[in-house]
Design a protein around this ligand. Structure first.
Ligand SMILES: [Zn+2]
Length: 148
């Protein structure tokens, strides 16, 4: 996703390679899920940049807030494929490849705990708070122990 325009561009080659690298057997259905997953993630970033109401607030790159944005984008993937065990397994495997915030995608699992405890609407609230003030949102989530 282009951070200045919100335009999402996908290069199919790396996605296909990633699919093969994950040891998946391939096929159109599998590739379709991979593309859908990546599109959901990247469009979520675009919504942060360009969504209505436009806030003009952008998290500093490599900040705690940028990590939270990645966690939220990964959580969107989890939510989208909630009823698909195969895709959910890939997303969880990806999310558990490191620890938050160094591996920002791991934050999706913390957000999932919050969503299961308080409903997915709580993630909508976090998104709104993030879009208003990303750093303050991170601080609030740490205080509430939603994130480590
Ligand atoms: Zn991302």
């Amino acid at each position: 996703m282009n951070r200045t325009s919100g335009v999402v561009v996908l290069c199919p080659g790396p996605i296909i390679d990633s699919c093969k690298g994950a040891g998946q057997p391939g096929g159109p259905e599998l590739l379709g899920k991979f593309f859908t997953d990546v599109l959901a993630h990247e469009h979520f970033h675009a919504i942060f940049e360009e969504g209505m109401p436009r806030t003009g607030v952008v998290a500093p790159a490599r900040s705690e807030a940028a990590a939270l944005e990645e966690a939220l984008a990964e959580w969107v993937e989890l939510d989208l494929f909630r009823d698909d065990p195969q895709a959910s397994a890939w997303i969880i495997e990806h999310a558990t490849s490191g620890a938050y915030p160094t591996w920002p995608y791991a934050g999706a699992l913390w957000l999932e705990v919050e969503a299961r405890k308080n409903g997915t609407g709580t993630i909508s609230t976090i998104i709104q708070e993030y879009r208003s003030d990303p750093l303050a949102c991170c601080e609030a989530l740490r205080r509430r122990r939603v994130l480590p």
